[in-house]
Design a protein around this ligand. Structure first.
Ligand code: NAI
Length: 458
């Protein structure tokens, strides 16, 4: 006798888990959704949503500071963090309310508490036991640190602490020039803090096309964001006023705070996965392209599965698994087709292969074209610079799209369709793009790739 038997039992209600729950319920399956925190997980409460709210507040601050560029008289008098946090928390709480209502209205049973896999199809929560004909592991990720580097939440903080700061720090060292590091560096610089990024690799956002990294570095330099690439962190000491960080080579840098943004680790420890025979590697759960683990009937989605740790990947995997369980035979997700956006000022957006990876795979058959936003009317109106870079295959489809510039994240949808539908430049070039929009830059770049450039240079 158990406390509940479901068609689908899901461990974790983040983007992956709740998307799976909603879709499974929609398909007529009974669903149990186990969550120790709040519905919505990292993305909604301590990740994507609150960070992007901060980034939007930063954009507003920049607009006030730079108003005279547009002939508008305004001055930026300061940042009221209580007000910024109230705005950010308001966004989160409205979305949370909406999600809670949706989950309830679909008849999903939410089981509050920390779940543990205690049998191949059994999850124990506190003293209660639940079973699922299928079980979906969706326990998410946590902010990692480095060995010996303790996050004290005061001087040495993670992105989660950073979201709760009640002040704008005077200076910050950001350890890690990846997505989280660059987004927070961007926010704090806009809010008036002095920012230094330390990155072990030779460039910022090293997972992106090299041209995107270079463009972001140029923009950050202009914004007086100090960054040191090829500079691994060595140690940190707390001082009376903040932190003193020593980097390899011996330089010491001081600031009020150290943000540690060196990646996120899978939240799988102590959840019973290994004991139940689920194949794992370095804490991640191994799953095939159908999100199946090696244990029959046990699936895994989201940040615990090796690959891009992005909310929308988890979300789509969750939907996929629900449809798989319901027998709809869905098409596996193409990892390269997952769009990636860094919401810094300027933004970076990409989908598909970068130039280096495309050249590795296809050699000389790869052609690239770069359209400068200097020729795009809307970008000039917004006073943003950047580019659209296409990576194409001779007589073949577009392999990758890479963009830099304010608001280019909003263009990634079209780029994703182009990539996912394996469109050729000739298919895209005749499409009519509304004028004046930044989307036109995508059209222009495809005209150039098709050998019909109006304004673009290769
Ligand atoms: P990340 O993997 O993007 O970047 C971490 C950076 O830290 C790397 O560039 C790495 O070289 C550097 N690093 C590691 N050890 C170092 C050391 N000892 N010294 C100096 N640098 C060191 O991870 P991040 O930024 O923490 O983000 C975690 C995950 O969350 C990522 O998978 C990211 O994609 C995701 N995320 C996505 C967002 C988005 O889609 N806009 C926003 C925020 C996070």
């Amino acid at each position: 006798m158990t406390d509940g038997d479901f068609d689908v039992l899901i461990l974790g209600a983040g983007s992956g888990g709740y998307a799976c729950a909603l879709r499974a319920a929609q398909l007529g399956l009974t669903v149990g959704l186990v969550e120790k925190g709040n519905l919505g997980g990292t993305c909604l409460h301590v990740g994507c949503i609150p960070t992007k709210a901060l980034l939007h507040a930063a954009e507003v601050a920049d607009a006030a500071r730079d108003a005279s560029k547009f002939g508008v008289s305004a001055t930026l008098e300061g940042i009221d963090m209580a007000g910024v946090n109230a705005y950010k928390d308001g966004v989160v709480s409205r979305l949370f309310k909406g999600l809670t209502g949706l989950v309830k209205s679909r008849g999903i049973t939410v089981i509050e508490g920390e779940g543990r896999l205690t049998g191949p199809r059994t999850v124990t929560v506190g003293g209660a036991t639940y079973t699922g004909k299928s079980v979906v592991l969706a326990s998410g990720s946590y902010s990692r640190s480095l060995p010996g580097l303790e996050l004290d939440g005061e001087r040495v903080i993670s992105s989660e602490h950073a979201l709760r700061l009640d002040r704008v720090p005077s200076s910050v060292i950001v350890l890690g020039g990846g997505v989280i590091g660059c987004e927070f560096a961007s926010v704090w610089a806009s809010f008036g803090a002095q920012v230094t990024i330390l990155e072990a690799l030779p460039r910022l956002v090293a997972a992106e096309d090299e041209a995107s990294s270079k463009a972001l570095e140029r923009a950050f330099r202009k914004r007086k964001i100090d960054f040191r690439t090829a500079t691994p962190f060595q140690s940190v000491k707390t001082t009376d006023t903040g932190v003193a960080v020593t980097v390899e080579g011996g330089d010491i840098i001081e600031a009020e705070l150290l943000l540690v943004a060196v990646g996120r680790g899978p939240l799988t420890d102590g959840l019973g996965y290994e004991e139940q025979g689920v194949a794992m590697e370095r804490g991640f759960v191994l799953a095939d392209e159908r999100c199946r683990t090696n244990v029959e009937g046990v699936f895994a989605v989201g940040d615990i599965v090796p690959g891009l740790q992005l909310a929308h990947r988890g979300f789509q995997q969750g939907i996929f698994v629900a449809e798989e369980i319901a027998g709809l035979d869905p098409k596996p997700i193409d990892e390269a087709g997952i769009p990636r956006v860094t919401y810094s000022h300027p933004e970076i957006a990409s989908v598909g292969l970068d130039e280096a990876k495309a050249r590795e795979a296809y050699g000389d058959r790869v052609t690239t074209v770069t359209y400068d936003l200097g020729g795009n009317g809307k970008s000039q109106i917004l006073q943003t610079s950047g580019f659209v870079k296409l990576v194409g295959l001779e007589d073949g489809p577009v392999l990758g799209v890479h963009m830099v510039g304010d608001r280019v994240g909003e263009l990634i949808g079209e780029a994703q369709l182009i990539y996912s539908w394996e469109a050729h430049a000739d298919d895209v070039a005749p499409l009519v793009h509304a004028h004046p929009t930044q989307n036109e830059a995508l059209g222009e770049a495809h005209l150039a790739l098709a050998g019909k450039a109006l304004h673009a240079h290769s």
